[in-house]
Design a protein around this ligand. Sequence first.
Ligand SMILES: Nc1ncnc2c1ncn2[C@@H]1O[C@H](COP(=O)(O)OP(=O)(O)OP(=O)(O)O)[C@@H](O)[C@H]1O
Length: 586
Amino acid sequence: VPRRSEGAGLCQILTGVMEEVRRSIRLDVRGGDVLHSLLSASWLQALLRVYERLQAFLRDAPAPVLTNATGVLLQLLTDVRASESCSEDAEELCRLLGQPHLQALLSAHDAVAQRDYGPVLPPMPEELPEDEEATRTVCLVKNNQPLGATIKRHELSGEIFIARVIHGGLADRSGLLHAGDRIIEVNGFSVGGMEPEQVIQVVQARALGSIMFKVVPITERPVHRHMTLYVRAMVNYSPQQDPTIPCADAGVGFGKGDILEIVDQSDALWWQARKLPGHAGCAGLGPVLQPPAAVRPASTHGPTPLSDLSADWRLLCGLQEAAGAVGGRSPTGFRRSLRLCRRRFYSTSQLAGHAPCPSSCRAPSVPYEEVVRYQRQPQDPHRLVALLGPSGVGVNELRKRLIRSDPGLFQGAVPHTTRPPKGYEEPGRDYHFTSREMFDAMVSQSRFLEYGEYKGNLYGTSVQAVRDVLSSGKICVLDIEPNAIQAVRTPELKAFIVYVKPPPLERLRESRRGAAVATGYYVNRPFRDEDFQEMEAAAQKMESQYWQFFNHVLVNDQLQDARVQLLAAVNQAQDEPQWVPSSWIR
Ligand SMILES: Nc1ncnc2c1ncn2[C@@H]1O[C@H](COP(=O)(O)OP(=O)(O)OP(=O)(O)O)[C@@H](O)[C@H]1O
């Protein structure tokens, strides 16, 4: 940074430098454009302005003329009073100078001038025993929040250590307590020989006010990996039900689909995480849950052995497994009748003579999925909107209504079929009519999101059919089976998955009073209670397996309300930032 000695301000110098650099760009000097964009960055300009202000302040800051104004005042008063003939003015001066508030003001002036406001440390004792350990006394003022630290007892020595400092908690924010610090005293009580529970009782005895810790600081602090990572939980986790968590009270509970902000990955087994949105304060412990091979046998924190590590393996198995069997390609769903028959009679495994689902479309059984915030840019294709729900809940009805509400914006994908066209059907509009050989070839090339067989004919929704809609600038709206979830969750289609959920039973009875359920190709009849119960059971099964993949849950009670909510969700998906798998963006 150039010195200010030439009298020019830094901003002025920078302007000069930029002019030089601009000239280098004109002369095509290598790197000139990079340097120019750096120098013209608004943050750099702002930073320099701040720097200049600080320099100006240092230069112009008022300095005291005297450091002992009180002494001068006393001397003056003594001199005036000592003089034999005192004028009226002199007497008034004495009265004014003798007033307590003026004396206090001058005393404050002297304290500032002499910089007499820092703490005065007692002198170091002359003789210190050689083996005395350096201790630190930490005083934390406790409010209603927990301290945000856990302790543990060393198995062999019985000493009490700070096990973890929870990110964002009181102890962390103080910056004075660290994992691995050995606690000697709490509130003046020696913790020697105490169990951790007893130490906690001493801490808790004082609910509010200050708590004094005397600790021997850890000499080598563990390397903290504070890089923030965002993940979507693919499993449910409750610290209270996890017998292996080192401290259940310090745990963070989460459910499938929750977005977690991982704020500390220092420990091999326990992340510190916050649930989003809105949990700005203290983080909590969550299991890392890596595959067993990746789990290291000891924590990176503090002394070993640590009694809280013995059950780690149980932890890995104790959690609910992520849904493993997502995948398979099944019959397409352009028509309600097809959705119905594929649900009731067909599955991919029954499709004789057709390629089984490639293993790549199976969901990996990972407990977390790394996510990033994604904002679609106006020039990007729209995200595919995929609706799914239990049979009869109204997926197709909502899809049709959405498309009808704005056919210029929403469109379905044209499915393929091997059956001959009917008189009123137009190729490319109602279906892509194709030969069986052609269809088989497309199946083996994995060109279908879903496919299947009905009454001897094949039906399928191809990736290209979705692409055709997206490349025309419209939003493609599909209804899918859960089997197709992985096929639509791709960097290209970036599916926004809406789960259509049935309302409670009594609301189903009420809202579906005039509606008809399709039981076959041509047979419609009013809904019965068994249909609702079947729908509820199917919904529960779907939710327990696939909830983590749902981007939006829509309860289809009043049809009109549901359509309005769907439209709002779809608009949000296209225009507002969303959490998506990081693999879609890289
Ligand atoms: N909120 C609602 N209120 C009243 N009737 C509804 C509502 N939602 C859907 N329906 C009616 O319920 C019936 C089934 O709806 P739809 O065909 O959309 O179900 P689906 O989820 O696509 O199931 P399937 O794939 O089995 O056809 C239709 O007659 C539809 O009009």
